[in-house]
Design a protein around this ligand. Structure first.
Ligand code: ACO
Length: 350
């Protein structure tokens, strides 16, 4: 047995932390699309629902308004709209897709998956479809899963969607949470191609279940199934310790962004735009300050959409592309954190 302390499982684990395996194919971001519901809920409207002010919400969060889905509009309805636009932007039809992954914490139902509903509604072939639950980091998680599946060579075109109807799980009596969130969907088409220098370069994901209690929804699972008591106790609503989440979010997003760049030897100065999870503009301002990059290099749309959890990153990505803030050849970092806790960062070269 070797006495060399640098060998063995520990050092292997350390090596896999720092080394990026060489991809066998390029996974290209072929197209994006988004959808937001028509109804705008302004901060002023919220003052009629809870005791709050426009000034409090704007100064503490940067949010001015958010979109709220119609009562009969579900996560799958919004996903279908965003996906249709992503397919059009990719120049592909639903028939070309052989993998559908949806990230959401507000699925139409606990089961079947929202991805299966989308597969049917888009008239796709009977392809692999499933949901992933990683809260606000959901889109980064499904980007990594889809990338790995495409790189396996067994899939060619993946449709990945973040969609949320958060208004359905908000406690409209809790002013500390109901002012923060909104509804919407963002989608992307990823396709495998011959190796090239662009595409999804790399993703890092992480989790820490020991902090699960700072952001969660206690009811509706097997631990607290729906009952008259659970509803009366308001267990079927999102709960959050905002201050704790805030502190962790800044640290995690900075670390995840710097790690993905370091691992791929891309200097921060070469990154055209950072697309962060849209939770609170103060979190993004702190990131800008700590990383010493101007706010203009972050794409921010939370003033108009609030926090849309798994839809937040793809909605912002689609908007930055549509506004031509980013384009071919640019390095872009997508970075998010959310309940779980979960987090992740993806480096893309467009
Ligand atoms: N209007 C007026 N006052 C309010 C409101 C409101 N809407 N909400 C809370 N307050 C009050 C509180 O009651 C408290 O009053 P008190 O001092 O008399 O007790 C005071 O404002 C300060 O409350 P804090 O919670 O300490 O306010 P803070 O400055 O921390 O801001 C916020 C709260 C905006 C939630 C912030 O902590 C935050 O953004 N946290 C991060 C949230 C986040 O990023 N979530 C993302 C993950 S979401 C996901 O994964 C699904």
């Amino acid at each position: 047995m070797s006495a060399d302390s640098s060998s063995g499982p520990k050092s292997e684990a350390a090596a896999s932390e720092t080394l990026r395996p060489e991809p066998v194919t390029t996974v290209k971001l072929k197209g994006t699309g988004s959808y937001t519901p028509k109804r705008v809920l302004t901060n002023k409207d919220l003052t009629e629902i809870v005791e709050t002010t426009d000034e409090w919400i704007v100064t503490r969060t940067g949010i001015r308004e958010r979109r709220i889905a119609a009562p009969d509009e579900s996560a799958s309805d919004m996903a279908v709209e965003a996906a249709t636009r992503a397919l059009a932007s990719a120049g592909l039809s639903a028939n070309d897709i052989d993998l559908v992954i949806v990230a959401t914490i507000t699925p139409d139902m606990p089961f079947p998956s929202t991805a299966c509903l989308v597969q049917d509604r888009l008239g796709m072939r009977k392809v692999c479809a499933f949901d992933v639950e990683a809260a606000c980091s959901g889109f980064i998680y499904i980007t990594e899963i889809a990338t790995a599946m495409l790189q396996s060579g067994r899939f060619r075109h993946a449709l990945i969607i973040g969609t949320e109807k958060l208004s359905s799980i908000l406690d409209w009596k809790d002013r500390a949470t109901c002012v923060l969130f909104g509804d919407g969907a963002g989608a992307a088409v990823l396709s495998s191609q011959a190796p090239s220098g662009s595409g999804v370069i790399d993703t890092r994901l992480g989790s820490d279940g020991s902090s699960s209690g700072i952001l969660y929804m206690p009811g509706g699972g097997c631990r607290i199934p729906a009952s008259g008591e659970s509803v009366a106790a308001r267990h079927h609503f999102l709960k959050m310790n905002g201050r704790e989440v805030f502190k962790i979010a800044v640290r995690i997003m900075e670390k995840a962004t710097l790690e993905i760049l370091e691992r791929n030897r891309v200097p921060l100065e070469q990154v055209r735009c950072i697309i962060p999870h849209q939770a609170n503009v103060r979190i993004i301002e702190m990131l800008s300050d700590r990383m010493q990059i101007p706010m203009e290099r972050f794409h921010v749309n939370l003033d108009r959409l609030g926090n849309t959890s798994a839809a937040s990153v793809p909605l912002a990505l689609d908007e930055a592309l549509t506004q031509k803030k980013i384009g071919t050849g640019d390095y872009v970092v997508l970075v998010a954190f959310g309940a779980g806790l979960t987090w992740g960062a993806t480096l893309v070269k467009l």
